[in-house]
Ligand binder design. Structure first.
Ligand code: ZN
Length: 361
C-alpha cells in the first residue's frame, strides 16, 4: 500500500505578518502579484499590504473579494490577471476568499500564497477548493494540483476576529485525530491519495493534545485581546496540524455526519466546526469508544462553548424523520463514512445521534 502525506510548501505564523507579504513573495521570485482580499481586511490593511510590496519592488494589483467563490467569478479573475503578467496569486481573508484565490491560481497555473485572517476551519492548507453557484449554493469540490506554496497566518489579525470563529476552528480540529484514527484502522485512502503516514497521524495527535491542553486558555486570552503562546498554539492546531492531519490522515464519520447535518434547516446558523464538534461525539458513540474518552470530548466542548446537544445545534430531537434524513445523507456512496473500520448504516447513525444528544445533556 502506498503512503502519502502532503502539505503546503511553507507554513508561517507570527505577529504582524500582513506587513511582510512582499518579502515572502520575493522569496518565491515573483515580480508581480495579484491579491484577492476580504473587504474588511482591504479597508484596514490595504496600505500596509501595498507598502510591503513596494519595498520589495513587486507590482501588486489588489481586488476586493465580492460575491461568491463561483466558476463565473474565478473565470473573470483569471481573465483580469492574464492581462497583467502576474507571477503569484494571493488570497487574504476568510474561507471563500481563500478558495477563490486557490481556484484562480489553479486555473492560471500560478503559485498561490494563502493568508487566512480567521482560524475557523482547517481548509487553508489543503489542495482543495470549494466552488459555489452565483447564488451561494454548493456547486462542487475542485481538487488542485498541489497544496498552497505558502500559508501565512497573522496571529494579531486572527486574534481580533470574533471569538466564535476561533472556537469553531477548534471544533473542526477536534475531529481530526478521531477521524485519522478510524482511517488508520480501516486503511482508508486519504485526500492525499494514499494511506496515512506516521507523520500525519502524529500531527493529528498533536492537534488534539494542543486543543485539550490550551484551547480554553487561548479563548480566555483572545477575549481579553491578548496574543499569548496558547493563542499561537491554537492557531497552529486549527490551521496547520488539523489541516495536514485531515488531508493526509483522512476523514471519517464526523465529517460524514457534518455533511448530513447541513441538510437540516435547524443548523442553518451554525458554523462548520460547530457541527463537526457535535458529530465528533456521535462518531465516538458509533465506535463505542471508552466512556472516559467521550466524557473528555464533551467536557472540552462545554468549556469552550461548542455544541454538545441537538438543542445547541438548533435541532428538536423529537423530529425523528428529519434526523433520519441527516443519518441517510451521512451514509451516501461518496461519504467519508465508508472510511470507518466497520460498516455503518443510517439507522446506526440515527441511534448514535440520539445517544450523543443524551450524553451531552
Ligand atoms: Zn472540516
Amino acid at each position: 500500500m502506498t503512503q502519502i502525506i502532503c502539505s503546503p510548501t511553507k507554513y508561517i505564523q507570527g505577529n504582524g505578518e500582513i506587513r511582510k507579504l512582499g518579502d515572502y513573495c520575493l522569496q518565491l521570485g515573483a515580480k508581480s502579484a495579484f491579491a484577492i482580499i476580504d473587504p474588511y481586511i482591504f479597508s484596514m490593511y490595504k496600505e500596509d499590504i501595498s507598502h510591503s510590496f513596494e519595498l520589495n519592488n513587486i507590482l501588486i494589483v489588489m481586488r476586493e473579494f465580492k460575491g461568491e467563490c463561483s466558476r463565473n467569478q474565478v473565470d473573470e479573475l483569471v481573465l483580469q490577471l492574464g492581462l497583467k503578467d502576474v507571477e503569484v496569486v494571493l488570497g487574504i481573508g476568510g474561507g471563500k476568499t481563500l478558495d477563490t484565490a486557490k481556484a484562480v491560481s489553479f486555473m492560471a497555473d500560478l503559485p498561490v500564497v494563502i493568508v487566512p485572517t480567521v482560524a475557523s476551519t482547517d481548509a487553508p492548507c489543503s489542495a482543495l477548493s470549494v466552488l459555489y453557484t452565483d447564488e451561494g449554493d454548493f456547486d462542487c469540490y475542485l481538487p488542485l494540483k498541489r497544496n498552497p506554496d505558502m500559508v501565512i497566518a497573522d496571529i494579531d489579525i486572527i486574534a481580533k476576529a470574533p471569538t466564535r470563529l476561533l472556537v469553531a476552528g477548534m471544533g473542526d480540529a477536534l475531529s481530526t485525530f478521531y477521524e485519522a484514527r478510524a482511517c488508520r484502522q480501516s486503511g482508508a485512502i486519504t485526500h492525499a491519495g494514499g494511506t496515512s503516514t506516521i507523520a500525519a497521524f502524529s500531527l493529528a495527535r498533536a492537534c488534539l493534545d494542543t486543543l485539550l491542553a490550551e484551547g480554553e486558555l487561548a479563548l480566555q486570552d483572545v477575549k481579553q485581546g491578548i496574543t499569548t503562546s496558547a493563542v499561537e498554539h491554537i492557531v497552529e492546531a486549527n490551521i496547520y496540524l488539523s489541516g495536514v492531519g485531515f488531508e493526509s490522515g483522512g476523514l471519517a464519520a464526523a465529517h460524514a455526519i457534518h455533511n448530513g447535518l447541513t441538510l437540516h434547516e435547524g443548523c442553518r446558523n451554525t458554523l462548520h466546526g460547530e457541527k463537526v464538534a457535535f458529530a465528533t461525539i456521535v462518531q465516538l458513540v458509533l465506535e463505542k469508544a471508552p466512556s472516559e474518552e467521550i466524557a473528555q470530548v464533551i467536557d472540552f466542548c462545554k468549556r469552550v462553548g461548542l455544541p454538545v446537544t441537538l438543542k445547541d445545534l438548533g435541532i428538536t430531537s423529537s423530529e425523528i424523520d428529519k434526523l433520519m434524513v441527516v443519518a441517510e445523507a451521512s451514509c451516501t456512496q461518496e461519504s467519508p463514512m465508508w472510511n470507518m473500520p466497520f460498516e455503518v448504516q443510517a439507522v446506526n447513525v440515527l441511534e448514535a445521534i440520539l445517544a450523543a444528544d443524551e450524553r451531552g445533556q
